[in-house]
Design a binder for this molecule. Structure first.
Ligand code: PGA
Length: 258
């Protein structure tokens, strides 16, 4: 089974969300045994996504959250509020949030635990910058992000279940240099990073748990490169930015991943 997730970033208010989802619903392959579709609209459009997608095959999630339940945190949204909007997933640690909004491994760790407690599945993003890759530090960076970002969840005693395609955690490998740049990691590069992430997860948790955590690749995924990437071991789907904004190309990525 492959997961095809679309990160809309700061695109699509209510009207565009409505139009896009209607179009997507008419285009996707609805085969829950083979594909799981998730969209990540901006927070303001989640209620509209809920109205339209409720009860159907496409799930929806939020792009960010706060780790506290409530309080004086202007502009923030709690996992509980997201749950009320039917969000089954929430992105954590996207590189844009790390780079532009001060997200740290420590804040990721708190968010992941807070989401887990509310039964919202964290989709945790990790990835190295170009300079880190060129300096041979890719594995060290990924390992630190995973150990520190998953610290609270590990401590809280993780329950990963893989029953009826329900997961408690999803990890996305998103090399920062490939995001929005048109440069994709080669299938071999992505596959090596995914194998390494799986190894780290088995050290953090245990091998059976690590096996049950879906690993997505993200970074300039398009219909043209999805097929080759999807064939690699340890690539369980995609987190798509730019190409998820057009219903047809997002649907084609799913078809290519089968
Ligand atoms: P991209 O973005 O597909 O536009 O490179 C991926 C992401 O940011 O999740």
């Amino acid at each position: 089974m492959k997961i095809i997730a679309g990160n809309w970033k700061m695109h699509k208010g209510l009207k565009e969300t409505q139009d896009f989802l209607a179009e997507l619903q008419s285009q996707i392959e609805d085969d829950p045994e083979k594909l799981k579709w998730i969209v990540f609209p901006p927070t303001v459009s989640l209620a509209r996504a809920q109205q339209i997608l409720h009860g159907g095959p496409i799930k929806w999630g939020a792009q960010n959250c706060h780790w506290e339940e409530k309080g004086a945190f202007t502009g923030e949204t709690s996992p509980e509020m997201l749950k009320e909007l039917g969000a089954e997933y929430c992105l954590v640690g996207h590189s844009e949030r790390r780079e532009l909004f001060g997200e740290t491994n420590d804040s990721c760790s708190k968010k992941i635990l807070a989401l887990h407690i509310e039964d919202v599945i964290p989709l945790f993003c990790v990835g190295e910058k170009l300079a880190e890759r060129e300096a041979g530090k890719t594995e060290a960076v990924l390992k630190t992000q995973l150990i520190e970002g998953l610290a609270a969840l590990k401590e809280h005693h993780l329950k990963i279940r893989e029953s009826q395609h329900h997961f408690d955690l999803v990890v996305a490998y998103e090399p920062v240099w490939a995001i929005g740049t048109g440069k994709t990691a080669s299938p071999q590069m992505a596959s090596e990073a995914h194998a390494f992430i799986r190894k780290c997860l088995s050290e953090i948790f245990d091998p059976a748990t690590a096996e049950a955590i879906p690993l997505l690749y993200g970074g300039s995924v398009k219909p043209e490169n999805a097929k080759e990437l999807a064939k690699q071991p340890h690539i369980d789907g995609f987190l798509v930015g730019g190409a998820s904004l057009v219903a047809n190309s997002f649907a084609q990525i799913g078809a290519a991943a089968l």
